[in-house]
Design a protein around this ligand. Structure first.
Ligand code: UDP
Length: 254
């Protein structure tokens, strides 16, 4: 594994060269960061859980016709993906006010929004991923109107699907962030959902208790991060072998 060529290392994931041209291996780390890298921690088992949860969600989305970069999960921490040219835009969909929209617009956390709202953030760590408008996206050439239409349509389909999926297991989908990439096939180019969809990139609240089952537990020092992610996996029905495997992995590390 160490001889594999590292293509990119981010905060929570590493990308390695894949076995064939046009593929990459996406490795999920246990590292967590927040507040533009000012806060760091290692959360044991997070990478394993996010690998599994993101696999499940990407496969479900693909089954309803939302194209994704996901090919297959390889092992506990790695998945094979199609190499995509990442569009430098974070697309956030919100159903309920929380986090930055609550602060920016003075809306109390937990207030349902009049309708689902899409926001764009320019992916730039040095700038702290600023909120931008569609006009910024096109004027600076980060993307174009056609791609924006595609991204918005896919973001809304993803929202409808995920909101239903989570409602079915007693979880409110408050908001989430997704990223898109371009894949070139001969003369054709298409946009696919990339990166990951996991409790790191979503706000998920228990419908009965409003308990947070997402990365806000880390951002707000609430503890029980890994337990909350495990609960999401358990409710999705993808946890049966995970708990024992997490246990094996942590024993092996000792
Ligand atoms: N989000 C993310 N990565 C980021 C910023 C936001 O995955 O770099 C997710 C976040 O987990 C939440 C949604 O996008 O589900 C909206 O985040 P918000 O703008 O409220 O920012 P935050 O409060 O996380 O700073």
């Amino acid at each position: 594994m160490s001889r594999r060529k590292k293509v990119y290392e981010g905060k929570a994931k590493i990308l390695y060269e894949g076995p064939e041209a046009g593929t990459l291996i996406q490795y999920f780390k246990d590292d967590a960061t927040a507040f533009n890298n000012k806060k760091h921690a290692t959360i044991t088992g997070k990478g394993v859980l996010n690998n599994r949860i993101s696999e499940y969600i990407m496969m479900q989305l693909s089954a309803i016709g939302v194209p994704t970069h996901f090919i297959k999960r390889l092992n506990m921490r790695e998945q094979l993906i199609r190499a995509a040219e990442i569009i430098p835009v974070e697309v956030v969909v919100r159903n309920v006010a929380a986090g930055s929209i609550s602060t920016r617009l003075g809306i109390e956390e937990g207030t349902p929004l009049p309708r689902s709202i899409i926001e764009f953030y320019y992916k730039d760590d040095a700038l702290g991923d600023p909120l931008v408008s569609e006009d910024h996206l096109t004027a600076f050439g980060w993307t174009n109107p056609h791609e924006i239409d595609d991204m918005m349509a896919m973001a809304l389909r993803t929202n409808d699907f995920l909101a239903g999926l989570f409602a079915g297991i007693g979880i409110r989908l408050v908001d989430f962030k997704i990223e898109f990439g371009r894949i070139y096939e001969g003369d054709l180019m298409r946009i696919v959902l990339a990166d990951e969809i996991s409790p790191d990139s979503c706000r998920l609240w228990d419908m009965q208790t409003n308990e947070k089952l997402d990365k806000d537990r880390f951002r707000r020092d609430m503890g029980g991060v890994s337990e909350a992610y495990q609960e999401v996996a358990r409710r999705l029905g993808i946890a049966p072998d995970l708990e024992s495997r997490l246990h094996q992995e942590s024993n092996a590390a000792k």
